[in-house]
Design a protein around this ligand. Structure first.
Ligand SMILES: Cc1ncc(COP(=O)(O)O)c(C=O)c1O
Length: 390
């Protein structure tokens, strides 16, 4: 089938890359040991801090988010260390598997993939750890497989109430630059992020924001590391350089994306995502379908995971929509395969893109013969119009 116009990339990352960022990357590669590069390096390393809401260092890796996950663990922990991780979905599972492969002793608190990390359970587990043997609490802030956003500030408060010294490691791969997140205020020790979602860049670079406490842990941590070693990075970074060849053109893109976030203002970026999340959920409710997330306090503003009626395949629906309307939606991952589809509404996005996206879903539901009520798009338009600042 011939498709005209632009493809709709509505998976929850990688997201649409704005033309400004694409143009910024279309530049000659420069010498990464030059003074010109050092200016770029310093600008992006500095410019990233407000996005994490931190005054501390942010490390940039030429890697996907998985690399930054590994970096957070190998830089702070030692073989056999006990860590606590909540089962929030597919990505908590992958992070758990990695921690096990690295030789950590993971306590994986079971979850139903419809809720986030529980502050109450955190408090109970840490209280029970009288020997203070748990070295780190790991949380996926926005679980991209389920569209559930964990309440990290409340997890932090629970840790403080117990007075437990564990590090707090948080994955913000699908929330940074989309959903309010405060590395310093919430006393997070390592924040993990990636380029390809709220930061509006192609995949390829990822980040660790690092607290003073994490730097102190780094000096004692004995997991083997070389490529990921913060100390190798932080020295050259002070002058704007990297210990190995950086992803130069992605850094051009990053500089432009940071400019865009700054121009819009982080508060407005969060408000925009909140409006789009609310409107997407209004559509799902009007269709009489279910949102995967069960707790309204944990609704994700960067994506919505929609449950299919029993006996109907989400993968078939996605195929119908891709064939008919040239729109990609996120698939159900691991145990949710075929049972849910995911609508990404993060990154470079606006009201009419959301309206188009939801129109594609509503038409797809009809074409695929999925039982639903019409009127989801109308409900979303109502929501968008009523929350629009004229
Ligand atoms: C929450 C979360 N964590 C980790 C990852 C893994 O990142 P990557 O695929 O960039 O390695 C993803 C990818 O989508 C994610 O959404």
């Amino acid at each position: 089938m011939i498709h005209t116009g632009r493809h709709f990339l509505q998976i929850p990352g990688p997201t649409n890359v704005p033309d400004r960022v694409l143009r910024a990357m279309a530049a000659p590669v420069i010498d990464h040991r030059s003074a010109e590069f050092a200016e770029l390096g310093k600008e992006v390393l500095e410019g990233l801090r407000p996005v994490f809401q931190t005054k501390g260092p942010v490390v940039i890796y030429p890697a996907s988010g998985t690399g930054a996950w590994e970096a957070s663990l190998v830089n702070t922990l030692s073989p056999g260390d006990r860590v606590l991780l909540f089962e929030t979905g597919h990505f908590s599972q992958l992070w758990r598997d990695m921690a096990v492969r690295l030789g950590l002793n993971v306590e994986y608190l079971p979850g139903d993939w419809r809720h986030g990390a529980s502050p109450e359970e955190t408090e109970a587990r840490l209280t029970a750890d009288a020997a203070r043997a748990i070295r780190a609490v790991m949380v996926v802030h926005n679980e991209t497989s389920t569209g559930v956003t964990s309440r990290v500030a409340e997890v932090r408060t629970a840790m403080d109430r117990v007075g437990h010294p564990a590090l707090l490691l948080v994955d913000t791969i699908s929330s940074l630059g989309s959903i309010d997140y405060r590395h310093d205020e919430w006393k997070v020790d390592v924040t993990i992020a990636g380029s390809q979602k709220g930061l509006m860049l192609p995949p390829g670079i990822s980040f660790n924001a690092v607290s003073e406490k994490a730097l102190a842990a780094n000096r004692e941590a004995r997991l083997p590391r070389s490529y990921w070693d913060w100390q190798q990075m932080l020295g050259p970074n002070r002058e704007g350089f990297f210990p190995y060849t950086p992803a130069t053109n992605l850094l051009y893109g990053l500089r432009e994306a940071l400019k865009m976030l700054h121009e819009e203002g982080l508060e407005n970026v969060f408000r925009r995502h909140a409006r789009h999340g609310e409107a997407a959920r209004a559509a799902v409710r009007a269709w009489r379908l279910d949102v995967q997330c069960e707790d309204p306090r944990e609704y994700s503003n960067s994506l919505t995971t929609v449950r299919m009626p029993e006996g109907h395949s989400a993968d078939n629906l996605r195929k119908v929509i891709l064939d008919a309307f040239d729109m990609s939606l996120g698939s159900g991952l691991s145990k949710l395969a075929g049972k849910v589809f995911r609508i990404g509404h993060l990154g470079s996005f606006n009201d009419l893109m959301l309206a188009g996206t939801l129109s594609g879903v509503e038409m797809g539901l009809r074409l695929a013969g999925v039982p639903h009520r019409a009127g989801g798009v109308a409900a979303a338009l109502d929501s968008l119009a009523s929350t629009h600042k004229a």
